[in-house]
Design a protein around this ligand. Structure first.
Ligand code: FES
Length: 187
């Protein structure tokens, strides 16, 4: 499955190429993702995020986490749905394209607003969680989420974490962040 960015102007295209050429690529576990602002959001280079690696950045004042999910994390998303508070994300915030078990446009890549829905702390991605595969842990009060940001049952956090509006170009290894605006803030 492949998603293309919306058509860009020549000027935007040149600016993006120049930025990507000059950027110091420091992606990996917990490192900041290089991003370039343009009129429609930000283009983020994800080429150096390894499998099971994480990139982070701030977009529109919100912490964003980008995870390159490995096979084990992907497999865990379709297993043990009974452990999740809202497995189909019926009560959570995500664009229509993320209405799937991966909560993303492309299964391998998760792009998420990294705000715990309990009291707003940032979570951290761990490659091995008790439920199997990777997932997110909130250090503030211990909420646990799966590798798609879906909260487990009986946690302090009530909802799954939010998915922003974005596009992804898998061949170019770029994410185009468009908006973090939720339909309505749940917490
Ligand atoms: S803020 Fe995350 S568990 Fe309380």
């Amino acid at each position: 499955m492949k998603e293309r960015f919306a058509k860009e102007t020549d000027q935007e295209c040149r600016a993006r190429r120049l930025f990507l050429k000059q950027a110091t690529l420091m992606l990996g576990a917990g490192l900041a993702a290089p991003a370039m602002a343009n009129a429609r959001g930000e283009v983020v280079d994800i080429s150096h995020i390894p499998v099971d690696g994480v990139g982070t950045l701030t977009f529109q004042g919100q912490p964003i986490v980008i995870v390159h999910r490995g096979k084990e994390s992907l497999a865990s998303l379709e297993q043990d749905q009974g452990q999740l508070a809202d497995p189909s994300s019926l009560h959570s915030q995500q664009p229509k394209f993320a209405d799937n078990p991966w909560r993303s446009r492309v299964p391998e890549w998760l792009v998420m607003v990294n705000i715990c829905t309990h009291a707003g702390c940032s979570t951290r991605f761990e490659t091995q969680m008790e439920q199997g595969g990777g997932g997110f842990f909130c250090p503030c009060h211990g909420s646990r989420y799966d590798a798609a940001g879906r909260v487990l049952k009986d946690q302090p956090a009530p909802w799954n974490m939010e998915i922003p509006n974005y596009e992804i170009d898998v061949e170019r290894k770029q994410v185009h962040l468009i908006s973090t605006q939720p339909v309505k803030r749940l917490y």
